[in-house]
Design a protein around this ligand. Sequence first.
Ligand SMILES: [Zn+2]
Length: 265
Amino acid sequence: MHRRCVLPFFLAGLLGLLSGCGETPTGRSQLALVPGPLMADMGADAFDQLRNTQPISRDAQANRLVQCVAEKIVAGAEASYPGLDFPERWEVVLFDEPSPNAFALPGGRIGVHSGLLQVAETPAQLAAVMGHEVAHVLADHGNERLTQQLGIKAVLLVVGLLGEGEFGNQQLMQALGVGAQLGISLPFSRTHEEEADLMGVEIMARAGFDPQQSVALWQNMAAAGSSQPPEFLSTHPAHESRIRVLQEALEEANATYRTVTPAQC
Ligand SMILES: [Zn+2]
């Protein structure tokens, strides 16, 4: 092996020790090699790009609803997973975009499409989607996927290129699970979806939203039957199997919900 090849592998091992080999909040072992602050910077950049290029909703009532639900979901997430690092501040934007979708990015950015409000019939149904999306961030799924996609050597390259703007934005957007409107979205894996579901129902319950409403939301989604499924439906074959996986988590979430004050949004 040439000497110049040894160094990256050594550094990769070092990086892995520093930040990569850990467990998700549900206890699944995970390889996520990109440093957290870098993920947060990239999430913020991707969000700024969307905000500067996509129309933003001026519907005051809808904006109030989305801000209210997001605020409670963030508080619910912090109460559910007190040991995790949380962004100091979360930013929430309602995009004027007809597809029923939502996303959350590292660094505390949450985007909701106005089309989601046509499918989510109650604040609790909106909370179900937001809880799921925030769970993707808390479980570091974007980092795990970026690590898988790029490989260890490329992660090192990305770290090295920080600030030079040469890293492909498309690949980043894919890894973060956004950009459906640009036709570049790649679904999170089934494992990530199930984990986000399990964490999401607990978060929404802790936030004061009836977790049973998550089932109603997925049924509405299935009935709406969009040709391009939104992020949180993309890798689930059927809502029946999703509900089956969730039964146990729903029982726990129901117990949590009975101990908190119901949310008003
Ligand atoms: Zn998802």
